[in-house]
Ligand binder design. Structure first.
Ligand SMILES: Nc1ncnc2c1ncn2[C@@H]1O[C@H](COP(=O)(O)OP(=O)(O)O)[C@@H](O)[C@H]1O
Ligand SMILES: [Mg+2]
Length: 261
């Protein structure tokens, strides 16, 4: 479904070169929830933004479905992007627009008829559990509800792929799980391929089948999530697993002492 071959990206700023991606090769299967994990600055956002060419790679090839993304001209890219939804950590909603208008926005820009827009938006608000919030403004919603609006908006063009860049990083653990459940539900119902980027390993543990670890701009390790948990090989994966173990041990000690955190 998604094939990334020999992808490279270097940023040049103030006379300095920052190598953000080094010869990335990845295969993501259709219908899969694929996790990518790495520490801050590892290159996760650059990688996911290269998939829809919000960042232009320096070299390499990206194929999504039948489309060679890296070969598209600007007009073709605009059309291809409709089939690639994206969600972000800070939701990127328009504060002056209602929930309904935020979700309707890409359809209105594309010039769809009003009736079609109304039906599509209602259908998606129901899918994300916000059917009665269409008239609200983003400031009247919780973080989890805002992310649900942005998920609905990302789905308006019936995309084949949903890219999620730290979509749960600004949410508390309980809300994180409810958003992950929603993504799983959408993956199941719509047969959508989801690329989920995070710096939280437990997020991947709950929803992903396969994952990749990115370290200093390169893929350090790939494989099934369970394998990475049981036998982490890369420095990054070992660090993530040890951090989770640390908090689990700490919690069980505290519970044993009756502190009940
Ligand atoms: N627009 C940019 N200009 C210059 N350097 C950038 C830019 N965006 C990201 N970088 C650098 O590229 C590296 C990877 O960044 P990023 O992809 O944002 O990492 P992550 O999402 O894993 O935190 C970092 O060193 C970062 O500082
Ligand atoms: Mg990032």
């Amino acid at each position: 479904m998604i094939t990334i071959s020999n992808l490279n990206k270097t940023y040049k700023s103030a006379g300095e070169s920052i190598v953000a991606l080094k010869n990335i090769n990845l295969n993501i299967r259709k219908g899969e929830i694929f996790g990518i994990i790495g520490f801050s600055g590892a290159g996760k956002s650059t990688l996911i933004r290269c998939l829809n060419r919000l960042e232009e790679p320096d070299s390499g090839r990206i194929v999504i479905g039948e489309t060679v993304i890296t070969d598209l001209n600007e007009k073709e890219l605009r059309l291809a992007r409709r089939k690639i939804g994206m969600i972000f950590q800070h939701f990127n909603l328009l504060d002056s627009q209602t929930v309904f208008q935020n979700v309707a926005f890409p359809l209105a820009v594309a010039g769809h008829p009003k009736l079609y827009i109304r039906e599509k938006v209602q259908e998606l608000l129901a899918l994300v559990g916000l059917e009665d919030k269409g008239h609200c403004y983003p400031s009247q919603l919780s973080g989890g509800q805002k992310q649900r609006v942005s998920i609905a908006r990302a789905l308006v063009n019936d995309p084949d792929v949903l890219l999620s860049d730290e979509a749960t990083s600004a949410l508390d653990p309980q809300t994180t799980y409810s958003i992950l459940e929603l993504l799983q539900d959408i993956n199941d119902k719509l047969k959508l391929t989801i690329v989920l980027i995070t710096h939280e390993l437990d997020v991947l543990q709950h929803v992903c089948d396969q994952m990749a670890v990115i370290e200093y701009g390169a893929i350090a390790e790939t494989g099934p999530v369970d394998k990475l948990f049981l036998h982490p090989e890369s420095y990054t994966a070992r660090r993530f697993v040890s951090i989770i173990d640390y908090y689990r041990d700490k919690r069980s000690i505290m519970e044993g002492m009756g502190a009940g955190i």
